[in-house]
Design a protein around this ligand. Structure first.
Ligand code: 3HC
Length: 283
């Protein structure tokens, strides 16, 4: 089975990035948002990102125009009817994701592979609401999707070898390096990253060190491209909280307990870059 047309459910930070890399790799892409306003916002984000790639010499204007022409925005799930692969990138809510998978199972052709970009939720639970659990897996991209070279491929005990091989080829065609993880909370990266981020918030909360010093320590002491609090602002404090809560819910491991400060910052609308303020302010 050759993948020609890709569907992306959700055009937020991750959905727009996934749409961009698929279109740039030559796939026809249909991306769906719940309303015209969010769709426009997502499509504008893609245009801005590709323009940045052009200005940095990573893409020619002609390649950008061709990629842009391969993207179709929609507010209708029915537009996934001729997709060979659909990647779900809606908010981290298992009930919502199960509903999306059930709809995708009804709408897409029987050969289509259904993937989730979830950071930590159970892929098996999504597969179980479809009549094609052998064609369901996780394809976990990293933010910012056009720049980050990793793709975590998450297989369940129901995913077929054929699906894994098609998905691997697809991921490689996007220029990503693939690692394979089991369907266990947080997969590889977030199982390690989330306790690190939560501990950094605990340090701020307890006055152990300033946020600037924590970030500088990790940047210059470990050569990370950004410190944990800057990274939290990039990932989104709300997204990090969803992931931590989902991991704690399943594992009951205290390493995943969200510190009160994180929960309160989310309640206060300080979500990071996307809301203009998190640990730092953004103009
Ligand atoms: N397309 C292609 N390339 C692009 C681009 C685009 N749209 N925009 C920028 N680039 C290129 C630039 O040209 C540059 O390339 P060069 O190194 O060859 O010159 C490179 O990407 C870096 O771009 P910038 O100079 O704009 O950015 P910085 O050097 O400041 O790096 C960063 C920004 C890549 C975000 C870096 O700080 C970083 O790697 N931070 C860590 C990000 C991270 O850890 N992400 C994972 C989060 S966890 C996650 O997503 C999982 C989830 O489940 C929580």
């Amino acid at each position: 089975m050759e993948i020609k047309k890709v569907g992306v459910v959700g055009c937020g930070i991750m959905g727009s990035g996934i749409t961009e890399v698929c279109a740039r790799a030559g796939y026809q892409v249909v991306v769906r948002e719940v309303n015209d306003e969010l769709l426009k916002k997502g499509l504008d984000r893609i245009k801005e990102s590709m323009s940045k790639a052009v200005s940095r010499g990573k893409l020619t204007q002609a390649e950008m125009d061709a990629a842009w022409a391969r993207i179709k925005g929609t507010t209708s799930m029915e537009d996934f009817a001729d997709c060979d692969l659909v990647i779900e990138a809606v908010v981290e809510n298992l009930e919502l994701k199960k509903q999306v998978f059930s709809e995708l199972d009804r709408i897409t052709p029987p050969h289509a592979i259904l993937a989730s970009n979830t950071s930590s939720l159970c892929i098996t639970a999504m597969a179980a609401v479809t009549k094609r659990p052998d064609k369901v897996l996780g394809l976990h991209f990293f933010n910012p999707v056009p720049i980050m070279p990793l793709l975590e491929m998450v297989t369940t005990i129901l995913t077929s070898e054929e699906t894994v091989e098609i998905a691997r080829k697809f991921g490689e065609s996007l220029g990503k390096t693939i690692v394979v993880a089991k369907d266990s909370p947080g997969f590889i990266v977030n199982a390690l990253l989330i306790p690190f981020l939560l501990d950094a918030v605990r340090m701020v909360e307890s006055g152990y060190a300033t946020k600037e010093d924590i970030d500088t320590a990790i940047k210059l002491g470990l050569n990370h491209p950004m410190g944990p609090l800057t990274l939290l602002d990039l990932v989104g404090l709300d997204t990090t909280l969803y992931i931590a809560d989902a991991m704690y819910e399943e594992l009951k491991d205290p390493r995943y307990v969200a510190p009160p400060l994180l929960r309160r910052m989310v309640l206060a609308g300080k979500l990071g870059r996307k809301s203009g303020e998190g640990f730092y302010k953004y103009s």
